[in-house]
Design a protein around this ligand. Structure first.
Ligand SMILES: [Zn+2]
Ligand SMILES: [Zn+2]
Length: 277
């Protein structure tokens, strides 16, 4: 009876619809999954409905993208109240910032003599959250570059001529936002973040776990982060970070799982948080 606590859908940058994700989890015989889209809660309701039909427990979650000293830091939130007005307002701000940034990049490309249409970039993003990969796709269509990687390396990546920074919140703010929405905040893939000095700082503001089990975590990272969960009294979570079969990175649903006990720990943690509020 296993659980995958890190899954993306078409509500953010995944390529599988929420219903599909639940069906795949049912096919693999998982007991529970968490929907954790980037800065977006739109996949939760359809996944909950599909979960009811298939008997899979769906945990409402989120993965908030933040920045800490020029590094991407992702904060997972479990059992969030996905109707919480403060949470929704901040997510809206992050989504709007995404769009503003994309149109600034489109303008910068035009000035470089590489015009692409903003409407086409939006079309390529579909219902999911718009991002630089969609600009790369539009550039490929125009014959400016051969791949998304080339678009990043030559034009839109950090330090390139059409690079535009993005409005981001800090990881502490994301932890507080998740606690405010009655959720349990967890630091995603700490091995990729590689800034362990951040962990005690986040514990101070209410971090309650580390994503110890992750496709790209080497065995030595797993044991290091397990020790840190012991040291700080944190929950050790894990998941596949599934982005879809068509996405050419990361693992399939269920390739990294934890036992159902972790779900019980998250529920207990959430229950105790409610008393604190
Ligand atoms: Zn992440
Ligand atoms: Zn993720």
């Amino acid at each position: 009876m296993e659980v995958d606590l890190h899954i993306h859908t078409t509500a953010s940058d995944g390529t599988s619809a929420p219903q599909e994700v639940v069906e795949i989890a049912a096919y693999y015989g998982l007991r529970a999954i968490a929907i954790t889209d980037h800065d977006e809660v739109g996949g939760i309701t359809p996944a909950l409905l599909a979960g009811r039909l298939t008997g899979i427990e769906v945990i409402p979650g989120i993965e908030i993208n933040t920045e800490y000293e020029q590094r991407e830091v992702h904060i997972l939130g479990y059992f969030i109240d996905y109707h919480d007005p403060k949470l929704l307002a901040q997510l809206k701000r992050l989504q709007d910032a995404r769009l503003i940034r994309i149109s600034k990049i489109v303008n910068a490309l035009r000035q470089l003599g590489l015009p692409i249409e903003l409407t086409r970039v939006r079309e390529l993003a579909g219902n999911g959250s718009i991002g630089r990969p969609h600009i790369g796709m539009a550039m490929i269509e125009q014959g400016y570059v051969k791949s998304i990687q080339e678009a990043f390396h030559r034009y839109i990546g950090y330090g390139c001529p059409a690079y535009v920074p993005r409005y981001k919140i800090g990881p502490e703010e994301a932890v507080e936002l998740i606690l405010g929405a009655k959720g349990v905040p967890i630091l995603a893939h700490p091995g990729l973040v590689n800034r362990d000095d951040l962990i005690p700082k986040l514990v101070k503001v209410g971090l309650q776990g580390l994503e110890v089990y992750y496709p790209e975590h080497e065995p030595w990272m797993v044991s290091k982060y397990l020790k840190l969960t012991d040291k700080y009294g944190l929950i050790a979570t894990g998941g596949s970070d599934y982005h879809g079969n068509k996405a050419n990175y990361r693992a399939d649903i269920g390739t990294v799982t934890v036992s159902y006990q972790v779900v019980d720990q998250l529920k207990e943690c959430q229950r105790l948080n409610l008393y604190k509020v």
